[in-house]
Design a protein around this ligand. Structure first.
Ligand code: 8YV
Length: 313
């Protein structure tokens, strides 16, 4: 008999197809009566599969005492109740590294888009304003500027490599210094913000990083500074960010992530110093396939008593 899994939300169709042909999968998000589903599978369910945004809460895991693995489609595990999993000895796996290049690409795309006003330029061209109004307003150069990276993990390093191509001076803030990186380490996020033109947020969401990009950090970034966030919206004090963008207290922002997804603060829609994405930094076929494969491989390793490929430490 195949192992019984609870799937919290939809994944890539090809990954779901493999999952459903290998295991007995129950689709939580489609259940009309979710508590009834949990009690129905309570005795049999041995694993949970979810994505980084949905995660899984203790209230669900408590109903499934046989669960011995949580496999996450995503690198961020902030939506999983890690304390509960640790207490119960449930290993959690994620999908690091395979998405770093695409997420770094998105950070670069956002920095270029907001600085060079790509979205506004596109609208200007499509509205036929070039022949009537002449050239669009001038924009800001990216190359050669100072970049600060908050979070020097796999995504931070992939981003730094790209920023080098733009001849940028690179500094970073991280829990610990990465001496081998060759970039300037700045332990204080506020001091980092003060010394750069672009502040990139790539750190994972932990109790220590949530809310870290606050008013003091944005003040330090200043009216000529840009914020680019491809990590989690919760790392930024979002209401403060919105008001700073409105009032021109920072130059602009490129945002792929928000505090209460999929809701984006409506005030941002009217601002032309912001470029928005619907949390799509890892959203390429190539990366999503690779993430899905890691989810499947971790499950296969678990169910055949092999070491997990990418356990969350
Ligand atoms: C995904 C992410 O969009 O990896 C993460 O932590 O946030 C993204 O890659 C998400 O997990 C898929 O829904």
């Amino acid at each position: 008999m195949s192992h019984t899994l609870l799937l919290m939300g939809p994944l890539l169709p090809s990954i779901m197809a493999t999952l459903e042909s290998t295991y007995t999968v129950h689709r939580y998000w489609e259940a009309a009566d979710q508590p009834a589903l949990l009690s129905k599978i309570s005795a049999d369910c041995t694993g949970v599969v979810t994505d980084g945004g949905r995660g899984v809460e203790a209230a669900v895991l408590e109903q499934l005492p046989g669960v011995k693995i949580v496999s996450v489609f995503g690198v961020g595990v902030d939506a999983v109740d890690l304390d509960y999993c640790a207490k119960q000895g449930i290993p959690v796996t994620n999908t690091p590294d395979v998405l770093s290049d695409d997420v770094a690409d998105m950070a670069i795309a956002l920095a270029l888009s907001v600085s060079r006003q790509l979205v506004n330029g596109d609208a200007y061209a499509r509205a036929g304003r070039w022949p009537t109004d002449g050239a669009m307003p001038l924009t800001r150069r990216v190359m050669g500027k100072r970049a600060g990276i908050f979070g020097m993990g796999s995504i931070g390093r992939a981003l730094a490599k790209r920023l080098e191509g733009f001849d940028m001076q690179i500094s970073y803030c991280n829990r610990s210094e990465k001496a081998d990186s060759g970039y300037r380490f700045e332990p204080s996020l506020q001091a980092l913000a003060e010394s750069v033109d672009y502040l990139f947020v790539t750190a994972s969401a932990t109790p220590g990083s949530v809310g870290a990009v606050n008013a003091a950090v944005l003040d330090a970034l200043g009216k000529d500074g840009y914020l680019i966030n491809v990590s989690r919206g919760t790392l930024v004090d979002e209401p403060v960010l919105v008001s700073y963008l409105r009032e021109g207290k920072i130059a602009g922002a490129g945002l792929d992530v928000f505090a209460a997804e999929p809701t984006i603060p409506e005030a941002l829609f009217a601002l032309d110093n912001v470029v928005l994405q619907p949390h799509n930094a890892s959203g390429t076929w190539e990366t999503r396939e690779a993430m899905g494969k890691l989810v499947l491989d971790n499950l296969a390793a678990h169910f055949s008593d092999q070491p997990l490929l990418t356990p969350v430490s």
